[in-house]
Ligand binder design. Structure first.
Ligand code: HEM
Length: 493
């Protein structure tokens, strides 16, 4: 049975990507102590957009890191009820290794979120319909933060590129459909809400771990009670994890690689072959049309098409290579042990991400067909550049380990993904000495493209928790050290 969600208690970012609010800015802040944190939270709380209420011109959200929750006065014993990955933080040494944030992507080089820099205690996400509205909201926020004595660690600006990401491809097409929260096409596979919102049954029909407090720690009954019936106050319910990663894209290197690899025998550039190779790497054409349905040429009529599987139509990856970005990030029905079966789809269901990212930087000068892309020099690998162009990658999940980290580690950065043996994700994979090959199956022979440069580097990032409205109210009234200990040890996945 579909669980009924409390939409007025859930931050609206879970329900909407705000396509109509084209302008966005994410402000990462460091909270000096509980008083400053509470002053800011009291100001933010009435302004937060919920899933139940949408204002047409702007939206505001706030999420906290484990350190940020601690600075609001939440004791370590309660923070331990969140997942271990969240507690360690994205820049922790074990997390960096696991996520492939090494060499040029290492936190050592990050502009924000690095252990040696200012703490990324919280992020305020602002969305607006026009640049003027965004400017006004940002000025109001800056005023509140200054009055509270809160330091802005970085303000992550975004850029409006239509629906494109900086390599020039239509992005944001495929999203999971969530029971009770989002509508999909007829017959679309809907996932249980607990895959994205804590405190509801997940794909295992269990409740994902979250902090549960003795009811005595919530005498004003601000928090909902544990739906599993323990009587504990549920700090996690109606909230979820928010992954924020600043992924810098080397647009010149991407298109130069595709152009060089597809030169004609006489040495001249072949723009069509170049775009076709780039599309093979993505799994969609620049318009968004999926290769599985448009294998030979772009077809803008299919730009939003998301109604396909892989196994029955293209088991060998002749149309959409098995290592293409979208086929890795959401293999749909092509996972072992029984590709094409319900079992395969069910395994895939456990690793879905709700993506909410926005591009930043000057973006692409033109489209993927712009000849300029072929001749811009690649960046010098030895000097990781600052700023630049890329994606402020945001995804929302109920389990950092089983969803975001699994996809990043086991699918994106795995050179042995799905029968391959030296291929990480051609777009965003870490090369790290291995994985610099892209295999495009073909008849009579496959093509192997070697020496792929690192097109994407991590420049900053943090794990945050996007609390429910009731959890924010609870945090707001929390005197430092007020909560005793978690009510129940985590038992579920
Ligand atoms: C700068 C880096 C990245 C770029 C330029 C990029 C670009 C794209 C594009 C163009 C699409 C196709 C549009 C769509 O299906 O919505 C896509 C899909 C997707 N990407 Fe990325 N991406 C990047 C990084 C990542 C990362 C790091 C992850 C996860 C760890 C990820 C997960 C996904 C997922 C889940 C899909 C949807 C696949 C599907 O459902 O078919 N992407 N990406």
């Amino acid at each position: 049975m579909t669980a009924r969600l409390n939409l007025d208690n859930i931050q609206g970012l879970v329900a909407r990507g705000y396509r109509g609010l084209s302008y966005a800015r994410f402000t990462v802040i460091a909270i000096p102590g509980p008083d400053a944190g509470h002053a800011a939270l009291s100001w933010l709380l009435p302004r937060i957009t919920t899933a139940g209420k949408f204002t047409a011109d702007s939206a505001l959200h706030v999420a906290f890191s484990a350190a940020g929750l601690r600075r609001l006065g939440l004791p370590d014993g309660v923070i331990a009820g969140f997942s271990a990955e969240f507690g360690e933080g994205m820049a922790g040494p074990d997390r960096s290794r696991f996520l492939g944030d090494v060499e040029g992507s290492s936190p050592r080089f990050w502009d924000w979120g690095a252990p040696q820099g200012s703490p990324a205690d919280a992020v305020v996400l602002l969305y607006a319909a026009t640049p003027e509205i965004l400017g006004r909201r940002q000025a109001e926020l800056a005023g509140c933060l200054a009055a509270a004595g809160i330091h802005q660690v970085t303000v992550l600006d975004t850029v409006e590129l239509g629906d494109n990401e900086p390599f020039g491809f239509h992005d944001g097409i495929s999203q999971p459909v969530i029971q009770g929260l989002s509508k999909g096409a007829r017959g679309a596979r809907a996932l249980p809400a607990g895959e994205f919102v804590l405190g509801y049954p997940n794909a295992y029909d269990q409740f994902t771990d979250r902090p549960l407090l003795p009811a005595s720690d919530d005498p004003r009954h601000l928090l909902p009670r544990d739906p599993a019936g323990s009587g504990a106050a549920d700090l996690g319910r109606d909230g979820c994890y928010l992954v924020l990663r600043q992924l810098e894209q080397d647009v010149g290197a991407f298109w130069e690689y595709a152009a060089e690899a597809t030169r004609r025998p006489d040495g001249s550039y072949d723009p069509q072959a170049r775009t076709a190779l780039a599309a093979k790497m993505v799994g969609r054409w620049p318009s968004g049309a999926p290769l599985i349905k448009a294998p030979d040429n772009d077809d803008p009529r299919l730009r939003d098409d998301n109604d396909f599987g892989y196994h029955h139509t293209d088991p060998d990856g002749l149309a959409c290579p098995r290592g293409a970005h979208i086929r890795r990030m959401n293999p749909r029905d092509s996972l072992d042990p029984a590709p094409g079966s319900e079992q395969s789809l069910a395994v895939n269901d456990r690793h879905r991400l709700l993506r909410r990212g926005r591009p930043y930087g000057p973006g692409t000068a033109g489209t993927a067909a712009d000849d300029d892309h072929a001749i811009r020099p690649a960046r010098d690998d030895s000097s990781p550049a600052r700023g630049g162009t890329g994606l402020h990658f945001v995804c929302l999940v109920a389990s950092l380990a089983r969803q975001f980290e699994f996809v990043q580690h086991t699918w994106l950065n795995n050179p042995n993904f799905n029968g391959l043996y030296d291929d990480t994700d051609p777009l965003a994979g870490s090369r790290d000495g291995r994985g610099a090959t892209f295999t495009a199956p073909g008849r009579p022979v496959r093509r192997r493209y070697r020496g792929l440069p690192q097109f994407v580097r991590t420049r900053g990032g943090a794990y945050f928790f996007l609390p429910s409205i009731s959890a924010l109210r609870y945090l707001d009234q929390l005197p430092a050290g007020a909560v005793s200990a978690p009510a129940a040890p985590p038992t579920t996945r």
